[in-house]
Design a protein around this ligand. Structure first.
Ligand code: SF4
Ligand code: SF4
Ligand code: SF4
Length: 290
């Protein structure tokens, strides 16, 4: 029988169905928020891949899962099986893509909870109307930046808002030894000095002090705008201020996307709009939130 090749590849891609080179075969994208998958979902995915794919599940570069080698005619049944197991297709096209996030909260270096933030952003923004182009969000729990926030249209990174108590410091030097950023911390003239222009806000010094001379403030975020990879990579610009508190970061994300939706041309990525207009108009727009 002649294979069915009567499909609109672009609209299927926007629904999470990636056409393969082989006639009539698709790779089916499954929505995975922040790279976290329940064990029972993995078991169901294995059964589904064996039933309607070739018995493989592919891990994507953005923490997603794809079931390759699915026949066009099997897609409706596979969709039902996924829904019964509590999963759904991922989406593509000109909208906010599934958010990537590191473990953060359970990581020794984590300064924020990227998983919880990813869920909150997703709840607030998943129903948004279409944007000028795709929009990727990546969240990292600390300046190690494992989820590469600078390579996303909007990147969020936990940073340490640290407060020094000179009266508790005995100048033992442990935090200086543990700081991996050359020249950020030094003991000079009997005082501990932090050179903020060199400090990378990782918080390792806070964890190193056995005397409680460093304290961590509340959740604080660095925000990056306009990053992308692909044929013409662009590293994101960092907003010139840190954002404090969960509600403020949620508003910053919303307002950034509002600005992009209103300002960019159709088909224009966020970074390209910033290159065309400069970052200053966006910074001015977001300044009202401070
Ligand atoms: S970015 Fe930081 S918190 Fe997140 S996994 Fe990497 S080291 Fe851990
Ligand atoms: S926050 Fe990190 S980079 Fe900054 S002084 Fe402390 S250990 Fe060094
Ligand atoms: S580890 Fe604590 S007590 Fe020791 S130098 Fe650093 S801040 Fe001071």
């Amino acid at each position: 029988m002649k294979p069915n090749t009567d499909f609109d590849i672009a609209s299927m891609k926007a629904s999470g169905l990636m056409k393969q080179k082989e006639p009539e075969l698709f790779s089916v994208r499954v929505r995975v928020l922040g790279g976290r998958v329940k064990a029972e979902h993995l078991a169901a995915l294995a059964r589904i891949a064996q039933s309607w794919g070739s018995g493989h599940v592919h891990l994507t570069t953005r923490q997603g899962l794809e079931i390759p080698d699915v026949r066009f005619g099997d897609i409706p049944t596979l969709r039902e099986a996924l829904a019964e197991a509590g999963m759904e297709f991922s989406t593509g096209g000109p909208r906010i893509r599934t958010i990537t996030a590191c473990q953060g909260r359970s990581c020794l270096h984590g300064l924020i909870d990227p998983q919880a933030l990813a869920r909150k952003i997703d709840e607030r923004l998943s129903g948004r109307p279409d944007l000028p182009h795709k929009f990727k969000i990546g969240i990292a729990g600390c300046p190690n930046a494992c989820t590469k926030p600078r390579e996303n249209d909007l990147g969020i990174m936990g940073i340490a808002h640290k407060v020094f108590r000179d009266d508790l410091c005995v100048r033992c030097g442990r935090c200086v030894d543990d700081c991996r950023t050359p020249g950020a911390l030094e003991i000079s003239s009997e005082h501990l000095v932090c050179h903020e222009d060199r400090c990378e806000q990782c918080g390792d010094c806070v964890a190193a002090c056995p005397f409680g001379a460093w304290e961590l403030g509340g959740a604080t975020y660095a925000v990056f705008v306009g990053g992308k990879m692909g044929k013409r990579p662009r590293l994101a610009d960092r907003l010139p201020w840190a954002v404090s508190g969960e509600e403020s970061i949620l508003r910053t994300v919303e307002c950034t996307i509002d600005w992009y939706a209103k300002t960019a041309e159709r088909g224009e990525r966020f970074g390209a709009a910033l290159d065309r207009l400069g970052v200053a108009p966006l910074v001015a727009h977001l300044s009202s939130l401070r």
